[in-house]
Each structure stands twice: as structure tokens, then as C-alpha cells.
Design a protein around this ligand. Sequence first.
Ligand SMILES: O=C(O)CCC(=O)C(=O)O
Length: 262
Amino acid sequence: MQRLAVEQRRKKFEKDGFIVVEDLLTPTELRGLKRRVAQIGNGKLKHVPEDRFEVEPAVASGKVKAKSGIESLRKINNLTDYDEVFLATAKNPKILDVVEELLGPNIMVFGDQFFVKPAKIGVEKPYHQDHAYFFVEPKNIVTCWIALEDATVENGCLHFIPGSHRVGLIDHSEKWMVGDREDMQVPESAIDLSKEVAAPLKSGSASFHHSMILHKSGPNKSPHPRWGWAISYMSSDSTWAGPPGKKPKYRLVRGKAFRGKV
Ligand SMILES: O=C(O)CCC(=O)C(=O)O
């Protein structure tokens, strides 16, 4: 990409807290990922531990009987820790080049989540800032969210509040129940919904968002699944800020590591 375009993209990310990059992955790359995740979700490949899978609430409660393993899932956590195809994609230079523009040359994978959001039953994820869940400093993690299927307003694409990454960490004390698991959300009174923008994506396109931006995804009310894979990256000179001794082993994917840092 030309220097000017790169500079414009960086400025847009600084101002809004997210950018969209069209056609990041090719149809062949997408097909490989889709085949692989279906094999994992349907139990044909068994190398991803069970505790990485989260079942969609309507299926977990017995209200809906899913037609296949993958269609029963809300998400799969940390595929890059177990699966070579997803790990290779997390190292794809087309992704890392954009991340480098936003974070600098030394990059580690912080974590990843594959969101299934199955047709008709996928629940919403209410407004939150990712960094409310992330224990590293500075609060500057970039998530690449790749659409494996078209993500639309009807099937629950991401929505952002542009510029909200610049206001600091907001209170997440409101309870949000995902089935019987308690999670958290930002109270609606703390969100300027007049600024909300939807970020629909064609399959193969991706958004890159800052870990402090307020964002949500809607429920999937459509007959189409909304598969999206979110890989979060941090600069390798970040510092662990969680409980001592609990730091996960992070993977360097570009540049160099620093002693005493993550
Ligand atoms: O894909 C979703 O439904 C939620 C994604 C999200 O909130 C994130 O990637 O941070």
C-alpha cells in the first residue's frame, strides 16, 4: 500500500478507534479456515480442549437442538494455541502489515476468539471495551476481526462508538448473563448511542479495533450464520498487569521480544 494511504489509515484509526480493510483474505484462504473450524466444531478434529468451547445459550438450556456441533457453539477460544492453520493465519503478513502500522514492529498474539453466532439463535454481545478483560499495559491492543461469512446488521455485525477509545476505561459494573454464565457490560447511560456506527463486512474483509473502543455485536436473527474470527495483538514491549505468576505464555509473531516484558 502507498505511504499516503497507510498514513491516512493510521490517522483514521487514531481518530475513530477502528478501521475497515476490504478483501484482506482470499476466497481460498477463507475456505481453508471455514473447513478447519467446521472440523474442529463438529468433533472431526479433537486437538482443541473441550474447555475452549462455549455453547450457545439456547442450545445449553435445551430450548433449541442444534443440527451440528459447530452450530451449537457461541465461540471457541484461543485456536492459535492449538491449531496450526489458525496459527499460520495469525502470522499472515497481510494481517501483520496492518497491525504493524497501528502498533509498531514488535508484535505478539494476545489471544483469539472464533465467534460462531449461529443462525437465528446467536445472542448479542453488549457494549464493552475489550481492555476491561485484558491484563496488560499500556491499554493498546489491536483486534483484527475477520468476517468468514458476510457480517450484516441482521446477522449481528459489530457496532462501534467512534472516538470512545480516547475516554479511558468506563465502568463495566452492569451484570450481563450469557446463559447461566455471568459477564459484564457498560450501562447504556454511559454510551452516546447517537454516535453508533454499524460495521458490516463482506466475507474476507476485516475490521481492526482498539482495545479501548466501545463496541457490541447484535443478535443473529437471520437464517445465515455469522462466523467471525477475532485475533488480538499487542506490542511485545507491553507489561503484564494481572496477578503475579498468572501470566500466559504469549507468542511473538513479528519483530523482537524484550526481557522483563510480556
Ligand atoms: O463477534 C462478536 O460477536 C463480538 C466480538 C467482540 O466483541 C470483539 O471481538 O471484541
